[in-house]
Design a protein around this ligand. Structure first.
Ligand code: SF4
Length: 463
């Protein structure tokens, strides 16, 4: 534990004078860290890792930025809009320095890596910049920033998988993550991830199992295995299917999920496991991006529309499977015909849900350097609306089709909707059950009696 943190962790006696502006001791005595997360589940898992690191270094978590000594914004660089939001938010948070001059405001994650030194001029109020492979050093970097330095570490490390570091287990205590792979080697032409998260590397199975057991010992019932292309996992001779089998064996874990698989890397043994192992949830998020071969080729996705459709046909052996996807409209050179093919693919597959975006140019990618972002904004907007409107009919229909079925629901907490608890089905749909009929952490079976179109409602008791 660094000396500075030890000083900061010493409680102040009641009535003791408050700190001078340059004194590192907080009025409450324990330094507090506040974190906000943007982007994907990988970032959520990284935020948990960051919190675990900070807590081990003696910091307490606060959910109020006004109470914090260290504010961290864990960021995403996949879309420009996400970066713009982070600029706005960090400048707002940095204004809290008016009351707390020693306040550290840090940007962590993909945006830290993507914009690196540029942040010094574009976000001068940020005094800590830490990339996704440098969280091991975070406490000492924070210490430097508290000491008045501008602390930056954006080095990428081909071997860093954070072995031995547990995340903060104090989130909902029900659903947890285990990152089994970091980085990406696919280099899709639109994507910054291989640049911001570095080369693909898999975590040793013994470490993954240690982390999953740690979650189970803390009462977690569900674990999601994470990787940018999670099913390309390979550690020495251990395959993804073998890893799934081993994780399903962990006592106390009742549900196992993984995300996001890469279509090309889906193997028959994983499909077989999903069809037969009851702990593996019948849900696959299978990003397709486009229904047009021309566009898929330009994106360098490595599969054709036909190969994707064939994979989905094979996956349908998994009983009651829900398939979701990512769809990107307006990629470089996308024509009306390409767009029509994407709409046709949505109709053909019948995705249970989808994440839908318009293409935004990311400066360091192949597409930015070599292809022309030539679809006008208003055309992108119109195509996105058409994709969203069409997908919406399938999302609603998928929910409607659950009425009358019995679903196993893992209760995660109290719903914002009065008198209901919120949970998720194995197919990852939100479900409401009446308050008092179960408690968070329970896995219950209830018959679905209604839907809002995006949420299932279960009657109680089962009848
Ligand atoms: S598979 Fe493609 S889209 Fe996904 S993270 Fe890797 S490069 Fe990006």
């Amino acid at each position: 534990v660094p000396d500075l943190v030890q000083i900061r962790s010493r409680p102040l006696a009641r009535g003791q004078a408050g700190p001078e502006a340059d004194d590192v001791v907080t009025p409450e005595g324990v330094a507090k860290v506040y974190i906000e997360t943007y982007g994907c589940q990988m970032n959520e898992a990284d935020s948990s890792l960051i919190l675990g690191q900070m807590k081990r270094a003696g910091y307490a978590r606060t959910k109020q930025p006004e109470d914090a000594d260290v504010i961290l914004v864990n960021t995403c660089a996949v879309r420009e809009a996400a970066e713009d939001r982070v600029y706005g938010r960090t400048s707002q948070l940095a204004a809290l320095r008016a009351q707390k001059p020693h306040l550290v405001v840090g940007i962590t994650g993909c945006m830290a890596e993507h914009l690196r030194e540029k942040l010094e001029t574009t976000a001068p109020y940020v005094n800590l910049v830490v990339g996704p492979d440098s969280y091991r050093n975070l406490p000492s970097l924070v210490e430097s920033a508290l000491g008045g330095a501008r602390a930056v570490d954006v080095s990428l490390d081909k071997t860093e998988v954070y072995e031995g570091l547990d995340g903060d287990t104090a989130s909902d205590g029900i659903s947890g993550y285990a990152t089994i792979q970091r980085g990406c080697d696919k280099f899709c032409t639109f994507c910054v991830v291989p640049f911001t998260r570095g080369r693909e590397r898999s975590v040793p199975p013994r470490e993954i199992l240690r982390q999953v057991r740690h979650l189970a010992e803390h009462g977690y019932r569900e674990v999601t295995l994470l990787g940018q292309t999670v099913n390309s996992y390979r550690y020495e001779s251990a395959t993804f299917a073998q890893l799934l089998a081993a994780v399903c064996e962990v006592e106390g874990i009742q549900r196992v999920r993984f995300t996001s698989p890469y279509p090309v890397d889906f193997t028959d043994d994983v499909i077989e496991a999903m069809a037969t192992q009851p702990k593996l949830c019948p849900y696959v998020h299978l990003p397709v991006q486009s229904g047009s071969d021309r566009v898929l080729e330009r994106m360098k996705r490595g599969y054709t529309r036909e190969q994707y459709v064939e994979l989905v046909r094979k996956l349908r052996v998994i009983p009651d499977l829900a398939i979701s996807t990512d769809l990107m409209v307006g990629f470089c050179g996308e024509t009306e015909d390409d767009h029509e093919q994407t709409l046709a693919l949505i109709r053909e597959i019948g995705f249970a849900s989808a994440f839908m975006f318009r293409y935004s140019d990311r400066d360091i990618t192949y597409a930015s350097k070599r292809l022309q972002d030539d679809v006008p904004d208003e055309v992108k907007a119109r195509r996105l609306k058409e994709v969203i409107d069409l997908q919406e009919t399938f999302t609603r229909a998928d929910h409607q089709a659950r009425i009358g079925k019995d679903e196993t629901i893992l209760i995660s907490g109290v719903s914002r909707r009065q008198n209901y608890l919120l949970g998720r089905t194995a197919r990852l749909q939100s479900a409401l059950v009446p308050l008092g009929s179960a408690k968070p952490g329970d896995m219950i079976t209830r018959r679905i009696t209604a839907t809002t179109g995006h949420t299932l409602i279960a009657a109680d008791p089962l009848h």
